[in-house]
Design a protein around this ligand. Sequence first.
Ligand code: KG4
Ligand code: ZN
Length: 338
Amino acid sequence: MKDEQDMLILGIETSCDETSAAVVKNGREILSNIVSSQIESHKRFGGVVPEIASRHHVEQITYIFEEALKEAGTELKDIDAIAVTEGPGLVGALLVGVNSAKALAYARDKPLVGVHHIAGHIYANHIVEELTFPLITLIVSGGHTELIYMKDHGSFEVIGETRDDAVGEAYDKVARTLGLPYPGGPHIDRLAHEGEASVKLPRAWLEPDSFDFSFSGLKSSVINTLHNAKQRGEEIPPENIAASFQESVIEVLVGKTMRAVEEKNVDRLLLAGGVAANKGLREALSTACREKGINLTIPPMSLCTDNAAMIAAAGTIFYQQGRRADDRLNGQPGLVLK
Ligand code: KG4
Ligand code: ZN
């Protein structure tokens, strides 16, 4: 199973509502990637409840990491290092993963590596296709909308980010307004393909040279449009709202991303995060990249949503670069990527 020169990293991820542990060989080969989702527990509240998330993580973490080792056909003694998400995320949720990783590292005298959650999302792509530099990543998830420039492994420059709602958050809020279940992104995506973009909604381009995003104005515009129509006794088909909202989101995401690719003169683009599941976004980015001769990587869904294999993949690079955490490692809800 493990040759002398092989490197096995155990990854742990508990930053939000997925408890996950994974074993990754040599940074790119997944031996196991166990994910326990809590979506069912949070659904009735219409979003993630931090206290419930922490409790679930505590209940699950031991089983999950034991299963990850078992499925990988390995034992803790053969693991070279333990990589764990240290932030950003929900503090109570992060603490469960961080403290479990610290306990394992201490008990077995293993090196410990802290990983930024977004670095993990980026390195999900490294599992699919070896990263080449320079590159740009578009991160789109429930908590993040960021454009990141990388000139080498482990070097992250955030060139654009959301000034208010993350794109997934905007999807979930618009979905809730339309009476759709949580998480609403996939429902809006499905409806959007059934409707017509007939409702006029704004595009938040911000300043001409900015790579930042803003989605709260668009979200408010959807809510106002629905409210005004209701007051007039009219009904706008939900699929047309979904199609119009999605068109606005995609136009801005793809527009800014392609401008960043051009300005930074890169020929490699990565997509990451839960919203990477969006069919419309995948299609639009693929078309734009094909036209411009850009090599686009989009991980499979299992690697787009939160999982520990991506943390182990990033952790492998960090470990090779000599980055080490010690027993002061802590959950950092506002950790900055650098
Ligand atoms: O990356 P992720 O699993 O969790 C975070 O770290 O946030 O992303 C979850 C987000 C949710 O907001 C969900 O509605 C959104 O991804 N999402 C989608 C689609 N599938 C998931 N948004 C738009 N279209 C989809 N097909
Ligand atoms: Zn995430």
